[in-house]
Design a binder for this molecule. Structure first.
Ligand code: NAD
Length: 454
């Protein structure tokens, strides 16, 4: 295996090469996914941040660590991290660069090979990124791509992998977990969400409206951490809604391969059908469309207007199910306690957002929300991009974490090596077991009184 410093240099070169070649990959991401250029740029940003983080910090995270030995002074122990072997990475279409490559970077840096399966709809972005990586020095044989239907390739990828990193829907995540369980292969599952945003009574209204627009409509809402439920304090609700409707109606939809559009199109006919079905169902059951609410075939086959709904109640499909489109439901709340309860009333727990001028209060409230990330005065980018911290889901939003030390240690097996000196951990020759047991009992009592030693 190549020395770590050499591996890290490949990824630092990749970081720079990606930033240099961004115009090309921005075009490709837009062409494959339909998103606006500024949302494609979020993928470049994310990939660069994650690459730098692991290239700089992975050596420390993975370095052998001294551990406290069984008997102070007599046992020395170290912890080593060994690569798992082959890491299978199954990724979705919504962030083809970010989701395709950023989980592979820590896997490769930790010394694994990667078998990647992008979504059938977006393989070219990942192939482009791998080509760039190979140009930066990654040995070709360390990252292989298989493109095809997940239902057909999934079982083979699981068989061939020593660990599986999956990003996609909760339904597919359950299937992967079942197969991984059968094979006793570890897996990390990054799944769906129905993410809430809470606007407290003292929030900066203008900032919260701008944050909601970013949170609800980035990548046309096809973002696992995007906001689909917006809870606004009674005292602000009407003003907030009016401002949000105004800001949303000003968004420019379009598919131009430049920076002129605010929101792009949906990624597939399937997505358009789901979004249309969810909105139509809510409207038929009494929800009110404040803005948007319909497809825009005049702009292209897969455009759907950024949509704000009110009057959404249980029984409407999108009340609890992830829409994964540019649709948000706005609800009033009366107290912070009620807001927390509403935020937590979901099977999911991926991301949440709280807006308040009292950031200490918001931080305390954040810890009561059952969600892998919570952003205060930002919708999703602050916590996602704080890649020193872990990212993942509570409840049905997933198992395991990406980012931070968790996001690389999972691709390794931990090993403890202990060296025993002097006395064995057993009765010395000639000492009866009963006597030895008294010595050890005394030693345990002494250790209990000297917590510094243990
Ligand atoms: P999906 O589960 O249908 O597909 C995701 C990937 O899994 C694709 O590559 C697909 O080909 C593959 N796949 C499908 N069936 C498979 C099977 N039986 N075995 C193995 N692989 C299989 O997901 P999707 O609907 O295309 O993606 C959107 C979902 O992904 C949303 O629910 C979204 O919230 C979630 N997502 C989550 C995160 C996160 O970090 N938590 C990030 C992005 C997307």
């Amino acid at each position: 295996m190549r020395p770590f410093a050499e591996r890290a240099r490949i990824f630092l070169r990749f970081h720079d090469a990606l930033l240099d070649a961004q115009e090309e990959i921005l075009d490709l991401i837009q062409l494959e996914s339909g998103k606006a250029r500024k949302h494609a740029f979020e993928e470049v940003l994310d990939t660069a941040i994650v690459t730098r983080f692991y290239a700089v910090h992975a050596a420390d995270i993975l370095a052998p660590k001294a551990r406290k030995g069984a008997l102070p002074g007599l046992t020395q122990a170290w912890q080593y991290q060994h690569p798992k072997g082959v890491v299978g990475i199954i990724s979705p279409w919504n962030y083809p660069l970010s989701m395709g490559i950023t989980d592979a970077i820590p896997a490769l840096l930790a010394g694994n090979a990667v078998l990647a399966k992008p979504d059938l709809q977006t393989p070219f972005t990942l192939l482009w990124a791998i080509d760039l990586l190979i140009g930066c020095g990654l040995p070709e044989e360390l990252m292989l791509v298989v493109a095809g239907a997940g239902t057909e390739l999934g079982p083979f990828i699981l068989e061939a992998s020593d660990y599986v990193q999956f990003t996609g829907s909760t339904a597919t995540g359950r299937l992967i977990a079942r197969q991984a369980g059968q094979l006793l292969t570890g897996c990390s599952l990054e799944l769906g969400g129905k993410n809430p945003m809470l606007v407290l009574a003292d929030a900066d209204l203008e900032a919260a409206v701008a944050g909601a627009v970013r949170g609800c409509f980035s990548s046309a809402g096809q973002l696992c951490i995007s906001i689909e439920r917006l809870y606004v304090h009674d005292s602000l609700h009407d003003r907030f809604l009016a401002e949000l409707v105004r800001a949303t109606s000003r968004l420019k939809l379009g598919g131009a391969l430049d920076w002129s559009c605010d929101v792009g199109s949906l990624a597939s006919v399937k997505q358009l059908a789901t979004v249309t079905r969810h909105v139509d169902d809510a409207v038929a059951k009494g929800a009110r469309v404040e803005v948007g609410g319909k497809a825009r075939p005049d702009l292209g086959p897969l455009f759907f207007e950024p949509t704000i709904l009110t009057g959404v109640v249980p029984g409407m499909t999108l009340y609890a199910e992830e829409t994964f489109g540019p649709v948000v439901s706005v609800y009033p709340f009366a107290s912070n306690q009620q807001a927390i309860e509403l935020a937590n009333a979901t099977e999911y727990g991926l991301n949440a957002s709280i807006w308040s001028r009292d950031t200490d209060l918001a931080r305390r409230m954040a810890t009561r929300i059952q969600s892998g990330t919570v952003n205060v005065n930002e919708a999703y980018a602050a916590a996602w991009a704080s890649v020193d911290g872990p990212m993942g889901g509570f409840k049905n939003s997933g198992l395991g974490r990406r980012h931070g030390s968790e996001g690389i240690l999972k691709y390794t097996d931990a090993q403890t090596v202990a060296v025993q000196r002097g006395m064995a951990i057993a009765a010395p020759t000639g000492v009866p077991d009963e006597v030895f047991s008294r010595w050890m009992t005394g030693a345990l009592r002494a250790l209990r009184r000297m917590p510094g030693l243990r």
